[in-house]
Design a protein. Structure first.
Length: 305
């Protein structure tokens, strides 16, 4: 069964399309991720100039699905292909910053100051990372106050878009690592973005939250950002040895079709190691399966841009 989708990626037929009453039966030995794998994408062409950036929000209200891991490693893989990348840590937990070897609690200025303090520019907050071609707007727990303070601001949903506007011409991609909620900070990220990537753990409860997230994307699209599109759904923490992972992946493909990236991020012990090391898997374990997967994802993202 293939369920067509609208421009925002919603499965036609509503959320129940993800859970059909009579699911298609498949041989248990078939791994749908392997069966769906397409021919290898061509190498991205070299750029003659940079910008303007395509802004992509990595969003899922469920935590622990691989948003931060994807932001770091997709950013690093894009940089390997000659793209200039700005990573935006938009989570008060500061996991993206920590994952790049930066101690969030030691920072004097973060995305909070950029959003909430007059006179603070993006250059005051922006940091160079150890990954060539990748810059960072870091975050820490201070950002949690912005969720409350922005409520009284005029055009509060556009605060991040205004902050990013001066530097869009300097980058090819801006990746926003959203917090695991659908609050005002996430709405800011969606309002600033051209596209949304939904990292989706191949697990039942993670799947059930997709319909609510697609609802939020559609509301932002209708009321605040008509250019917003669903860039794609990325299957993460995939284990093709289990029937559960295979079935969840198959349901997502049935519901969203070509909106699902061909690249699948499999479970591996390498990802926790890179977090401790404070660097992306593309440099920590350059020839690993995880590194190759994120390079494939970067090829797909560039091809869709």
């Amino acid at each position: 069964m293939t369920t067509s989708t609208g421009s925002s990626g919603r499965p036609r037929g509503g959320p129940d399309a993800l859970f059909p009453a009579d699911p298609v039966q498949r041989p248990k030995s078939v791994d749908p991720a392997v069966a769906r794998r397409r021919r290898e994408l061509p190498e991205p062409k070299a750029l003659k100039r940079h910008g303007p950036a395509r802004v992509i929000a990595l969003c899922n209200q469920k935590g622990g699905v691989g948003k931060t891991t994807t932001a770091i490693n997709l950013g690093a893989a894009l940089a390997e292909f000659g793209r200039r990348v700005l990573l935006v840590d938009f989570d008060p937990q500061g996991a993206l910053s920590a994952g790049l070897g930066i101690q969030p609690h030691q920072l004097d200025r973060t995305t909070y100051n950029l959003l909430m303090e007059r006179g603070v520019t993006l250059d005051d907050v922006r940091l160079k990372t150890n990954v060539p071609g990748v810059d960072l707007l870091p975050s820490n727990i201070d950002l949690s106050a912005a969720e409350i303070q922005l409520v009284t601001e005029v055009a509060r949903e556009q605060a991040l878009a205004r902050a990013l506007a001066p530097v869009r011409a300097e980058y090819d991609f801006v990746l926003i690592d959203c917090q695991p909620s659908l609050g005002l900070l996430t709405v800011n990220a969606l309002t600033a973005a051209h596209g949304v990537i939904i990292p989706l753990e191949c697990e039942y409860f993670s799947l059930r939250g997709v319909a609510l997230l697609v609802d939020t994307i559609e509301k932002v699209q209708q009321r605040l950002n008509p250019d917003l599109v669903l860039e794609g759904i990325l299957a993460t923490m995939y284990d093709g040895r289990t029937l559960h992972s295979r079935e969840v992946f198959s349901r997502v493909v049935e519901a969203f079709g070509d909106k699902v990236f061909s690249t699948v991020i499999a479970r591996t012990v390498r990802f926790p190691e890179t977090t401790v090391a404070g660097e992306p898997i593309t440099s920590w374990a350059s020839s690993s399966t995880g590194a190759r997967a994120y390079r494939d994802l970067a090829r797909e993202v560039i091809a869709r841009a």
